[in-house]
Design a protein around this ligand. Structure first.
Ligand SMILES: *Cc1c(COP(=O)(O)O)cnc(C)c1O
Length: 399
């Protein structure tokens, strides 16, 4: 068995030392096992806590219509498929889901992948290659970064939400090269919103293709939760609208909504679509039912947006730095890793399930609690969480 020295062993040891250090101080908070999940409550180690780390922004996880759709799909089609979509894996539900998504996003067609991560990775790698340039915001999701690297296109990272930096990068692309601009609509660690109108203008000016990741945008922003275009009052200005089926939509999978040519291309060129199994029937049916519930129950989006305002306003009034968040992802900036762990631990001891995000996921001096508010919280529950965060911040000397 391998038990050596050298760079691989060093890399393994380095991470494990950090993990074991946190465990030794009883400050290791990752990979905790939920014994029960009930709306915005989670039971861990026999203790029921209020959930403030969920991506179920519209509280659709456990919705009876969605669960019923998943069960019915298993009854009809079983637990899996006969393989990859392009060969024997496509069932009626896949095509129904893709039509539902393209209808919701206002595009001609859509393609679903087995996860959001795979969707970004495979789509970017299929669209650009050696002779192209891909331009990516510095705070884009890891799956975008990996897709850009995988594509072997020239990979240009631009300053976060900085339109001068984006224009410089676009202007510097030599004639004749393909240009793809890719960005999150809502940034997944800071909770701020991309300046989409300016990005669209620049993409038009420099004739670049535009791909936007709406993982935290669909169901969240825009008057009726349709996402970033609705938020800015724009229609069909994005070439590829990417989203996940694992956040607002309580299932698994990722999608691209786009025109028919691009979707047909991806169905025959994206390697993770061609060489990886189709999504299972239950997940597909649950995702489709979730879009229908979102449209049937529009008050969920209103409640979410009210809760976001209450939460961010309340935290700022208490003196916390929440960066430029305008969404349910609310960073509570702490600074150093140690206090981020400690504050999360104190909050969990007080019954609020919140998690720290530390380097390298965020810059070392911007360690934080990453608190997520949802439509499933009452105002009183949000107040209770904020009281706990304030108490914990005073204990660790942050406030
Ligand atoms: C979560 C996330 C993804 C990945 O989606 P999964 O379906 O969980 O694989 C991609 N992009 C962003 C911005 C995300 O937050």
């Amino acid at each position: 068995m391998f038990n050596g020295n050298g760079p691989i062993a060093w890399r393994v040891a380095q991470i494990n030392e950090r993990v074991n250090g946190a465990k030794a101080q009883d400050l290791y908070l990752y990979l905790q096992e939920a014994e029960a999940v009930d709306g915005m409550h989670v039971t861990i180690n026999g203790r029921k806590m209020l959930q403030f780390a969920s991506y179920s922004y519209l509280n659709l996880l456990g919705h009876p219509k969605i669960d019923a759709a998943a069960l019915a799909a298993i009854n009809e089609f079983g637990s899996g498929t006969h393989g990859v979509r392009i060969l024997a894996g496509t069932i009626r539900l896949h095509n129904e889901l893709e039509r539902t998504i393209s209808g919701f996003k206002g595009t001609e067609d859509a393609i679903v992948f087995s996860s959001g991560f795979v969707c970004n990775y495979a789509t970017i790698a299929a669209l650009v290659g050696r002779n192209d340039v891909v331009i990516s915001d510095k705070l884009n999701h890891a799956s975008i970064v990996d897709g850009c690297l995988m594509s072997r296109a020239k990979f240009v990272r631009v300053d976060h939400n900085d339109m001068d930096s984006l224009e410089k990068a676009l202007a510097a692309v030599p004639d004749g090269k393909g240009k793809l601009v890719v960005a999150d609509a809502v940034f997944s660690m800071d909770g701020d919103i991309l300046n989409l109108p300016a990005v669209v203008d620049l993409c038009n000016k420099y004739e670049a293709l535009l791909m936007i990741d709406e993982a935290h945008s669909v169901g969240v922003i825009g008057e009726t939760g349709h996402g970033v275009e609705e938020y800015f009052g724009l229609k069909n200005v994005i070439d590829l609208k990417m989203g996940t089926l694992s956040k607002t939509i309580p299932s698994v999978g990722g999608y691209i909504a786009a025109n028919a040519e691009l979707i047909s291309y991806l169905k025959h060129a994206a390697r993770a679509f061609i060489f990886s199994a189709a999504l299972p029937p239950a997940s597909v049916a649950a995702a489709k039912a979730s879009f229908e519930v979102m449209l049937d129950e529009p008050e969920r989006v209103k409640t979410l947006q009210r809760n976001v305002d209450h939460f961010i306003g309340g935290l700022q009034a208490r003196g916390f730095d929440t960066l430029n968040s305008q969404t349910p992802i609310v960073p509570i900036i702490i600074g150093d890793d140690e206090r981020a762990w400690l504050m999360s631990k104190i909050a969990q001891d007080e019954g609020i399930f919140v998690l720290p995000v530390v380097s390298p996921a965020v810059p070392a001096n911007l360690s934080r609690l990453r608190a997520n508010v949802t439509a499933g919280h009452t105002l009183a529950e949000i107040d209770r969480a904020m009281d706990v965060f304030e108490m914990a911040a005073k204990k660790v000397g942050l406030l």
